[in-house]
Design a protein around this ligand. Structure first.
Ligand code: SF4
Length: 538
């Protein structure tokens, strides 16, 4: 009984109490522009994972893409407002009120796959409240399926690729037909303009407009932080990898000047007391000189920060580990994906297992933890190959085992294969959260994959060594709370979230509720990198 009372205490306020940082940015009582004025650009981050218990274990950090668009627009003289519906746990009524106050001329929305249905509804709400606003959708889901997004007449256009410059061109009134990387409807059919050349100079863009969000709404993922408050950052964009399950595959790699990144971190530390950073770069170590320079400069500042970053098994070395650790990196996330060589080839990530063994050893030798991410239910997966994965995770002695279920995101090669071979189970985008089996495969059942996932958690974490490691990591009460919650959700599947958010309004939606334009969908499935960098529309 006492256990359940404790559980209620730790979960009753939503994912976590809003204490991850000092309250900065826009207060909830934001009055909007002066009487008679309008906000130029109202940027919205829709709610995601509204059906997912395990979303409680993931992070909720500022939407960097949207904040970069916001910063670029502000630096061009526009009045910008950001509403993170997900982080603010806002309902339909709150969104409507905010829109009425701001009466924006333009609305920009990020659309990732599992927020796609709420995004359709949000576009409708925008047009109902401010009929003359222009609604622009961007983000990896919108750009992968522009025709499908534009079947909702509340969406005026879809931006493919980086949104900063495209948004300015839209706001300055350029004709849609002249804006590179734009998809829109003209005379009843979808027009796709040629892709925008990839912007290689990321330093041209200001740093994300963190001041437009309230840090008190954000928190890092379970197991990824030593200190608080935490924030996320990007030093690079793009990845040369070719993993079939990933939208970043083959997208152009670019980096910011490490000097400017360190300068930004200093400001975040001084102004907001930030003490932990999660780098969101697809592969932080892929550009070795950039990684080394950044680490050297950050270490020299001695800011007392800790941070975590994603690395690839074949892009990590003693030299990098030494520099990163000196600069405060305490954990690397290693995307291992599978312990089966056959499956590794199948998913386009055929990295020698020896490289992973070395990477884990190097990280441990330098005092860094390793969070290993793995995918279950890959194409051609069997019970045996999943067992190889689990055994490999145990053998190489990672600290945190993070399995997910293979998810065919639109724009990935996996989605293309699943559609082309008729294996895709459904397009209920709510389920695209890495916890649901969405590809039919004759050699394995859904139940086997779910059963193996539960078994793998128990087998990995209910070992004395794993328990000892977790116990050693506890340095604050918040860590205890994280572990209780993780155990309840992942090991025992006991928890059903007491959802204090009034999110019924974002649930139970279907695309058909919003499709009011007759638009033919393309015959061929397109890949994200082709949509951004090649002309797949000619
Ligand atoms: S999974 Fe990682 S390495 Fe592979 S394409 Fe995506 S970002 Fe690159």
């Amino acid at each position: 009984m006492g256990f359940f009372i404790l559980l209620r205490k730790v979960t009753r306020f939503g994912p976590w109490p809003a204490t991850a940082g000092r309250g900065i940015g826009v207060p909830p009582s934001d009055p909007g522009p002066e009487a008679g004025e309008r906000t130029d650009l109202f940027l919205i981050y829709p709610p995601w994972a509204v059906l997912e218990d395990r979303a409680m274990l993931q992070n909720c950090l500022p939407p960097l893409g949207l904040l970069s668009v916001a910063a670029h627009a502000e630096s061009s003289g526009y009045r910008v407002h950001v509403m993170d519906v997900h982080a603010e746990r806002a309902d339909e009524q709150q969104l409507r009120e905010r829109l009425r106050r701001h009466r924006p001329r333009f609305v920009g929305m990020t659309v990732l796959t599992n927020m796609c249905l709420p995004a359709h509804k949000i576009a409708r709400i925008c047009k109902e409240e401010v009929p003359d606003c222009v609604v622009v959708a961007g983000g990896v889901h919108a750009e992968a399926l522009p025709e499908r997004m534009l079947r909702n007449s509340a969406i005026d256009c879809v931006v493919r690729g980086d949104g900063e410059k495209a948004m300015i061109e839209i706001m300055t009134g350029s004709a849609f037909s002249t804006i590179l990387g734009l998809s829109y409807v003209d005379a009843g059919s979808v027009q796709h303009n040629a892709p925008r050349p990839v912007n290689m100079d990321l330093d041209e863009f200001p740093f994300p407009a963190y001041h437009l969000v309230n840090f008190a709404n954000y928190f890092p993922a379970v197991g990824t932080y030593r200190n608080l408050p935490a924030i996320n950052m990007l030093m690079t964009r793009g990845c040369p990898g070719r993993c079939t399950f990933c939208n970043s595959a083959r997208t152009t790699l670019r980096a910011r000047d490490p000097k400017l990144v360190v300068k930004q971190i200093k400001l975040l530390r001084q102004d907001y007391g930030i003490r932990q950073i999660t780098f969101y770069d697809d592969t932080f170590t892929v550009l070795k000189p950039v990684c080394l320079k950044f680490s050297e400069l950050l270490a020299a500042e001695n800011l007392g920060l800790t941070w975590v970053a994603f690395v690839r098994g074949d892009c990590f070395s003693e030299e990098m580990a030494l520099a990163m650790k000196k600069a405060g990196c305490h954990q690397v996330l290693l995307g291992i994906e599978t312990g089966s060589e056959k499956i590794a080839k199948r998913i386009g990530k055929p990295i020698d297992k020896e490289r992973y063994r070395d990477a884990v050893r190097i990280a441990h030798d330098h005092g860094m933890e390793v969070r290993g991410s793995f995918i279950l239910g890959n194409m051609d997966e069997t019970w045996e190959t999943m067992k190889e994965t689990l055994e490999f995770a145990i053998e190489i002695d990672i600290d945190i085992f993070q399995p997910t279920i293979s998810t065919p995101y639109p724009g990935s090669a996996l989605y293309k294969e699943a559609v082309d071979r008729g294996l895709l189970k459904n397009k209920n985008w709510y389920e695209y959260g890495q916890g649901t089996v969405l590809v039919d495969q004759p050699q394995i059942t859904d139940e086997e994959i779910y059963r193996f996932e539960r078994y793998a958690f128990r087998r990995f974490y209910l070992r004395p060594r794993a328990i000892y490691r977790l116990a050693r990591r506890i340095t604050r009460f918040r860590h205890v709370r994280d572990y209780v919650l993780s155990a309840v959700i992942l090991l025992f599947g006991l928890h059903r979230r007491q959802d204090k958010r009034n999110w019924e309004c974002w649930k139970g939606l279907t695309e058909e509720d919003f499709f009011d334009r007759e638009i033919k969908e393309p015959e061929h499935v397109r890949l994200t990198y082709e949509l951004r960098q090649g002309n797949v529309f000619v």
